[in-house]
Design a protein around this ligand. Sequence first.
Ligand code: FRU
Length: 304
Amino acid sequence: MTKRILVVGLACVDIISVVQDYPEEDSDQRVLDYYWQRGGNAANTSCVLSLLGARSEFLGTFATDKEAEFLKEVFQKYNVVTENCVTNTDNVKTPTSIVITNSKNGSRTILHHGKNWPEIKPEHFKKLDLTQYKWIHFEGRPSCDDIKDMLLWIDEYNKTVDKDARIRTSLEIEKTTRIGLDNLFDTADTIFVSKDYVKSRGYKTKEEGVQKLYAKCREGSEIICPWGEEGAVAVGTDGMLHSSPAFPPKLSPGQNMETLAAGDTFNAAFILLRSKGQSLNEALTFGCQVAGAKCGMKGIDGLD
Ligand code: FRU
C-alpha cells in the first residue's frame, strides 16, 4: 500500500466575493461572483495533494455545526482521508474567512475568524500509527510548543526504523505575528517560509532571507520561500541557493486571476515531488508551475 502524506493544521470555510474593483469603505456594490469553498492552509494543501495523485490525509479539528459538515463533504469529494480528525463538542464555531477577490489583479483580502480554535494536541497526534506515513507537513499554527512536541515525536520514531521507512517532515512558517514560530526553524527537514515573514524580519531580498534564515535550520535540512510573481528560492541540503521563475497563467479574455491558496498549492506540489525523491530544483519548478496554473482558475478544480 502506498504510504500517505499527512497535513496537520486548519480547515475553515472561505466565503468568497469576487469584485470588479476593490471596495471603498462604507460603499454598496454588486459583486461578480460569490461562493463557499474549503479554506485553511492545511486543508488546501491536502486537497491539492490528492488532486495531484498522492494518498493524502488531513489532520485537524472539526466543530459540530453545518459548516463542519460542508467541510467533511468537501474532503470526501477530494478523496482526502479525515479519519483521525478530532471533533470538538464544546460549542465552538467552524473558523471562517470572508475573502474579497479583486478581479483586476487576483489579489485576495482575507478577514479571518478563528478565535479560541482548539488545535490538534500532541495527545491526539501520538495516537497515530506512524507506519502509514511517508511525509508529515505542519502548518505553523499558534500552538507552537505543541507543534515542536509532535515533530520531536516523529524524530524519535525515525530513530527506531530503517532509513527508507523514515518519515520526512516539513513546517510552514507563514504568519508574521506568531512569534513562537521563530524558534521552530530547526524542527523539520523542510521549512517553508513566507514572503511576508521574510520581509517582516527585515531581509531586503528573498535570497538574503533564505540564506540568513538557513543558519537557524537544522543540519541536512532545506528552506524554501515562494515569492508569488517572482517565483521561489531555496537553500538546499548542499547549502547552495536554488531558484525557479514564476509561471504566470495564460488568461483568456475576460478571465480573472485568483491568487487565493496559491501558496498552499505551491507547498503541495513541492512536497509531492520531494516525497517521490525528486530533486530540489525539480520540486521548486513544479511548485511554481502548479501554483501559476492555480492562479488562472477558480478554486483548485482543474489541477488534476
Ligand atoms: C489561504 C488560506 C485561506 C484561509 C486563510 C487563513 O492560504 O488558507 O483558505 O481563509 O488562508 O489564513
